[in-house]
Design a protein around this ligand. Structure first.
Ligand SMILES: Cc1cc2nc3c(=O)[nH]c(=O)nc-3n(C[C@H](O)[C@H](O)[C@H](O)COP(=O)(O)OP(=O)(O)OC[C@H]3O[C@@H](n4cnc5c(N)ncnc54)[C@H](O)[C@@H]3O)c2cc1C
Length: 413
């Protein structure tokens, strides 16, 4: 089979741009197919510090783009007057110390432009219709043309085109079930300063009876506010009602403008149980999306895409890309990160562990430092007492990929 490209990446979101950029930097030809024309709206603005190393490898610097510094996360429970601050710089030694809040239309476009700048061929407004892995290569048919490649990366986000067609995606029903959200603009300049400067760009997570809220300052007088619930049948009028019921949210949005009516999403938590095969692999949301609560989506996607790209590059160099087991070790590595966050998310919804730790009068500082490190996405270390405690409980532990869990054994406390 004649190949038009070495690698085809479907989807130009953060995971696809990351994988494409790194494979191209290693010298292979890459085609990125993105059905939308960027910039386009996407929800998911709060990043984690584990992205810093990925940015370095992609050759981008978020500082130059003016993205808002995020020092950490704040948890509030207005029902009991609870408020706590988790600052990444107070995590365990060696853990990265800050992250960014990003408007996704700008962020995703910036990363896709970078992939193009390092030499990827990027086709926007072109939708993949069919992808067929064969013995000698992969055939991809779009609404415009046909291509062939040595390897295919599915980074199609919630569409998870390969997984959904093969019916290998499994809904995760124990997490958030639905969300409604909106951007608010023209915040009072004093409020904007309070959120971005005094509160150092922190995300706020507010516990409410039906679930929780996020409040993500974006700088320039903008904020993203959302409500995630475990209830079915949410509608977009809930957002106004919940904001009105929260002293904090009603204060920060007073006088602000909401340019669009709130968005609605449901059934977003799923795990793709068949993430790779001969000549293909999935990354980012196309492989798994847990829940928005700890802002792990983009970061696990980009970290995972980096690891996948490194594995695929080695295989392309050695002509091993048709090996159906090529991504086995990669999957083990990435599953560890998803399992830790899945367990944390499960504890958030189904136990008092995190609520007690967040609002304890005298919290155990070692556990707080360890939780801060997990919240930073610094998950692949074996000296974190909080992570060890979290994962040691069989009752609490969530294993999306059970047989792989033992591959990374955190030390007991
Ligand atoms: C309510 C909610 C709130 C969230 N909040 C956060 C947050 O604060 N922080 C965070 O990190 N994450 C958050 N997330 C998750 C985050 O949005 C995703 O994890 C992230 O966008 C995944 O990136 P990705 O590149 O894998 O997929 P995406 O960003 O979704 O990119 C996939 C791309 O593939 C393209 N595509 C799809 N099908 C095709 C096709 N057939 N052909 C060509 N192109 C195609 C799409 O147009 C899209 O651009 C949130 C998610 C939800 C549901």
């Amino acid at each position: 089979m004649q190949h038009t490209h070495d690698v085809i990446v479907i989807g130009g979101g953060p995971s696809g741009s990351t994988a494409a950029n790194l494979v191209r930097q290693a010298g292979f030809s890459v085609l990125v197919l993105e059905r939308e024309v960027f910039p386009r709206f996407h929800i998911g603005e709060s990043l984690l510090p584990c992205d810093l190393e990925v940015f370095r490898r992609l050759g981008v610097d978020p500082e130059t783009e003016g993205f808002l510094h995020k020092a950490g996360a704040e948890f509030l429970d207005e029902r009991i007057g609870g408020h706590t601050v988790y600052t990444f710089a107070e995590g365990m030694p060696g853990s990265p110390d800050h992250a960014y809040q990003v408007e996704r239309s700008k962020f995703d476009h910036w990363l896709l432009n970078r992939a193009e700048a390092v030499g990827c061929e990027v086709h926007q407004g072109e939708r993949m219709l069919e992808a067929t892995p064969e013995a000698l290569g992969v055939r991809v048919r779009t609404d415009r043309a046909e291509y062939t490649a040595r390897y295919l990366i599915d980074a199609t986000g919630q569409d998870a085109v390969l997984g959904r067609r093969a019916k290998t995606t499994r809904q995760l029903v124990d997490f958030g079930l639905a969300a409604t959200f909106a951007h608010y603009e023209q915040l009072d300049p004093e409020i904007d300063r309070e959120l971005c400067v005094t509160a150092r760009g922190n995300i706020k997570v507010l516990f409410v009876d039906e679930g929780w809220h996020w409040a993500i300052p974006l700088g320039g007088g903008k904020i993203s506010i959302g409500l995630v619930t475990r209830k079915k049948g949410i509608d977009s009028t809930w957002l106004d009602q919940y904001i009105a019921a929260s002293p904090f949210l009603s204060r920060v949005t007073r006088g602000a403008v909401r340019p669009r009516k709130p968005g609605l999403l449901s059934s977003f938590s799923f795990h793709n149980e068949k993430q790779h095969g001969s000549r293909w692999g999935c990354t980012g949301d196309a492989a798994c999306f847990l829940d928005p609560v700890f802002s792990s989506g983009v970061s696990l996607g980009m970290v995972g895409a980096t690891h996948l790209a490194d594995t695929v590059v080695l295989a392309l160099r050695e002509g091993r890309e048709a090996d159906p087991a090529l991504l086995d070790a990669h999957a083990t590595h990435v599953a560890h990160g998803y399992n830790v966050f899945a367990t944390l998310v499960h504890s958030f919804y189904h136990s008092t562990l995190l609520h007690s730790l967040f609002f304890a009068e005298d919290p155990d500082m070692d556990l707080k430092r360890g939780l801060t490190t997990v919240l930073a996405g610094d998950l692949w270390r074996d000296d974190n007492p909080f992570q060890a405690k979290l994962m040691a409980s069989k009752r609490r532990r969530v294993e999306l990929v059970p047989q792989l869990h033992a591959a990374v054994a955190p030390s007991p406390i």
